[in-house]
Design a protein around this ligand. Structure first.
Ligand code: B3K
Ligand code: ZN
Length: 886
């Protein structure tokens, strides 16, 4: 059962940021008792309320939020209320008989975790109980003021059958355990830190506990406990190490120490997103905990470490200082993504991490920002908050935080963070409070910077450079302009990192008038605050090539007229590794789009040999590590290319991309073979940086080589597949073998299935590898949809088949007869009744329909309309579909 909408007369109404009002009551203390059963759970609560006289009149009733609760009893200050004292609708409990302005309310409700397929609130996963309360899931557990500015301390008693649920966990410290009648037992937990209800957690189950400790900077010993299913006991080491490294890093980098004496992480297999930072008791998608070298790839290991770090970092940025209301979500998410990115950069490679992040940002966030769901990082309105856990709030939010750092410097940023915690520890605050702390700690005016929170869409940054040879000056003119979908655009405060690359490939000095170019810095952060500004650099003794927006210092679309030669020159020489990579991307993008236009007209395709040579040079540049080389040869993806066009013809884009990949594969065959050979680590598997870079390059080379489907390359992939002692190599080889139909494909898939059918996370890979492969069409999709290992009830499985097909298999999804769209819409309709949050993620694949040419656009739109027609559509999917069609 979900909140139903279109069968009621009125459509769901949005909430607006401008309407914020403080709560009518405060809650200081909460006590909860859970009686967990196979057929229903009883939740009793005792809550201490105090009227907020600034907001509500004395005598006005208390209104609490709830969903799918069966109310058994309501009492105030120990007196049970009769029917006239309270009333409940599907979503509100109103209590009228209040003895005064502060009182204790007790309620008892019955809920049904055993049939909760929405995975929000209290639910069951693999027979265990767990919770997910962010954003508004706590109200599915008990009547409450379920909003983040209501912060309280919690005492929680959990009672359940002792044999089935030997572990009973909640937030904070375990203070009592006792036996109960009938083979049951109880555990009592107390969380001394005030928290909003979205950080509440409860877990009950029969789990293996992997233990460790961490000694903090003040010498306290913290117990670390990682809970997993018994069969996964040997996949916890990396998660534990990741947690210890995160704790250390946050002390060293931000001076932040963990507060409780216990930190628990529980891995569950049915989870709507990645993980959840509940105070002292994180609940994780098992995908981001479990890792063993034969089941998880290098990328999976890195993702586990990053997500563990992210949730850990939330303890300060999110939990100790939380959000006043959900419009402020980026306050904790943008900041925490920024922090985890810095952590990963420190632990792996700053350059590689930056390129991976920007690649993701452009593919997902830029697409969202130019589509129907575009919103500022601090949205102005929402219908269903869960729909706003977006790459805009997270990833663009992190870019905005990164701009503070670029403007203020690392030390200035740290000063701002220190002041933020000094002012707001224990509070629920806003993005403006964060900005004020950054400004005040540094004596800077950051008023204009607020526009990054107010405006949606991706601004364009236009750069025009002019070299004056007689005067030896170089003038750079920067102009910012409005995104198409932001009619009220005003100029942002934008840091533009800049350099000039001289004819030898070395950076030149950037001297303002009167400065000595030989002593001037070679990189400057230019602060663009007007629509247009110019800067002139002196003593520029030869014609330079400009390198603009180094490190991707602002989340914008850079527009600059540059010749293919200049781009190739930067691709070969820019000292800024991001811009070096990006010059290649700009070069490829121009080539691919021109080829796609030719393909759309049915014209023959040819590739400029200079492009091939540029890639060859990179591949053979021994100053680059394997990861950078593999990034340098990856072409802009379908999403990035289609954003550059209106009326996209997907077939022509795919044809152009295939053509370039196949040409590079043929022309660079010798180089790729040599690179693969040199890069592949020899001997037993190792996880050091060098080996990880080596595998990344070797597997990218194999991937590119296999594009032509030649027998010797297939044999090479078969050999790697058979011999692999780690998932990175095994998965990469399988990824090559599935691209071309034949016995090699079926045999490899069968072997992989036989070996791993008992391991859910590896089976997700088996589904995903097929779903993104070239021969995978709608018929193949339907076969896997009916496979005995597929279920719509597990979000990871849905993402690996439906999600990958809809968002990564452009051939199959954009089939010209519309069958791909129909198949995905069928899945959305089915999911909507089971799990609206997952349904509303899948349906977004249809969002960019306006960007496509006919017949694709009409076919996509028709499926959106079909979904909108469904009776009882969840408000999650309703919001997405109506904005897409609106
Ligand atoms: N804060 C959670 C996300 C909750 C999503 C709610 N639909 C995970 C994170 O960002 O760390
Ligand atoms: Zn987060």
């Amino acid at each position: 059962m979900t909140v139903t909408t279109s069968d009621t007369a009125s459509a769901p109404q949005p909430k607006y940021r401008k309407d914020y009002q403080a709560p009518g009551f405060w809650i200081h203390e909460v006590e909860l008792w859970f009686d967990l059963g196979a057929d229903g759970t009883t939740v009793r609560s005792s809550i201490r309320f105090e009227r907020n006289a600034a907001v509500t009149e004395p005598g006005s009733p208390l209104v609490l939020m709830g969903e799918e609760l069966e109310t058994l009893r309501v009492s105030v200050d120990g007196k049970e209320l009769g029917a006239s004292g309270w009333s409940a609708t599907a979503t509100e409990l109103t209590v009228r008989d209040l003895p005064g302005d502060s009182f204790t309310l007790e309620t008892e409700v019955r809920i049904h975790p055993e049939s909760n397929t929405a995975l929000s609130g209290l639910y069951r996963s693999s027979g265990n109980f767990c919770t997910q309360c962010e954003a508004e899931g706590f109200r599915r557990i008990t009547w409450f003021l379920d909003r983040p500015d209501v912060m309280a301390t919690y005492r929680v008693t959990v009672t359940a059958d002792k044999t089935k649920y030997p572990m009973l966990l909640s937030n904070g410290n375990r203070i009592e355990e006792r036996e109960e009648e009938g083979g049951r037992h109880s555990v009592v937990w107390e969380d001394p830190f005030k928290k909003p209800s979205y950080l509440f957690a409860l877990v009950a189950g029969d789990l293996h506990c992997h233990r460790g400790t961490f000694e903090t900077m003040t010498g306290r010993t913290i117990d670390l406990e990682i809970y997993v299913e018994h069969k996964d006991a040997d996949k916890c080491d990396h998660a534990l190490g990741s947690l210890q490294r995160s704790m250390k890093w946050d002390e060293e980098t931000f001076g932040l120490e963990y507060d409780l004496d216990l930190y628990m992480i529980v891995a569950v297999s049915d989870f709507n997103m990645g993980a959840m930072e509940n105070k002292g008791l994180n609940v994780f998608n098992s995908k981001y905990v479990l890792a063993r070298t034969d089941t998880a790839s290098d990328a999976d290991f890195e993702a586990v470490e990053a997500v563990i770090a992210h949730e850990y970092f939330h303890n300060w940025t999110g939990n100790r200082v939380t959000c006043r209301d959900w419009f402020q979500l980026t306050l904790k998410e943008g900041l925490t993504v920024y922090r985890d990115a810095r952590f990963t950069a420190d632990k792996t490679s700053e350059a590689v991490k930056r390129i991976d992040d920007v690649q993701g940002l452009r593919a997902h966030q830029f697409a969202e920002d130019s589509g129907p769901m575009a919103h500022p990082i601090r949205p102005e309105q929402y219908i269903e908050m869960n729909n706003f856990y977006t790459s805009t709030v997270y990833e663009k939010g992190a870019e905005v935080i990164r701009m503070y750092e670029t403007l203020l410097g690392r030390d200035g940023f740290r000063k701002g963070m220190d002041l933020y915690f000094e002012r707001h520890d224990g509070q629920a605050v806003t993005c403006d409070d964060f900005r004020a702390a950054m400004a005040d700690a540094n004596g800077r005016d950051l008023d204009q910077f607020e526009r990054w929170y107010l405006q949606k869409g991706t601004p364009t940054l236009k750069a025009v450079g002019c070299y004056d040879e007689p005067n030896q000056t170089y003038t750079l003119e920067l102009t910012q302009s409005a995104p198409e979908n932001e009619p009220h655009f005003e100029p942002t405060h934008m840091p533009v990192s800049f350099g000039l690359v001289g004819p030898t490939g070395a950076d030149m000095g950037l001297a303002f008038e009167g400065e000595d170019a030989s002593k001037a810095p070679t990189n400057r952060v230019l602060e663009l605050r007007e629509m247009t500004q110019t800067w002139t650099f002196h003593g520029v003794c030869a014609r330079p090539v400009p390198s603009v927006l180094r490190g991707f210092s602002a989340p914008v679309n850079l527009e600059m007229e540059r010749s293919q030669e200049d781009l190739a020159f930067l691709f070969a020489h820019d000292s800024d590794s991001f811009n070096r990579w990006d010059a290649g991307q700009t070069l490829f993008k121009g080539v691919l789009l021109a080829l796609a236009d030719r393909a759309a007209k049915g014209e023959a395709l040819t590739l400029d040999p200079a492009v091939v040579e540029a890639v060859r040079n990179l591949l053979n540049d021994e100053s680059l590590d394997g990861s950078l080389k593999s990034q340098a040869m990856s072409l802009p993806g379908f999403s990035v290319l289609s954003q550059a066009r209106t009326h996209v013809n997907p077939a022509a884009l795919i044809e152009a991309r295939d053509f370039v990949i196949e040409t590079l594969s043929r022309e660079l065959r010798g180089d790729l073979l040599a690179q693969r050979k040199a890069a592949r680590p020899t001997g037993a598997y190792r996880a050091d940086k060098e080996s990880i870079h080596g595998r990344r390059l070797a597997n990218a080379a194999l991937g590119l080589l296999s594009a032509t489907g030649e027998d010797d390359i297939i044999e090479m992939a078969e050999e790697q597949f058979a011999a692999a002692d780690n998932m990175t190599d095994s998965q990469a080889a399988l990824g090559c073998l599935v691209q071309i139909p034949g016995s090699h494909r079926t045999q490899a898939l069968q072997a992989f299935y036989e070996r791993w059918s008992g391991d859910a996370l590896v089976m997700d890979k088996w589904f995903a590898i097929q779903a993104m492969s070239r021969p995978f069409d709608v018929a193949a999709y339907e076969l896997l949809r009916a496979h005995k290992n597929f279920t719509m009830e597990n979000p990871n499985r849905v993402r690996s088949l439906v999600g990958v097909f809809a968002m990564q298999n452009f051939r199959g999804f954009h089939a010209q007869d519309g069958s791909g769209y129909r198949a995905v819409a069928d899945a959305v309709l089915e999911l909507d009744s089971l799990n609206p949050q997952v349904a509303s993620r899948m349906v977004r694949a249809l969002n960019p329909w306006k960007q496509f040419a006919a017949p694709w656009s009409d076919l996509m739109k028709a499926q959106l309309e079909r979904i909108r027609e469904k009776k009882g559509l969840s408000k999650d999917v309703f919001e997405i579909v109506s904005s897409a069609l609106g």
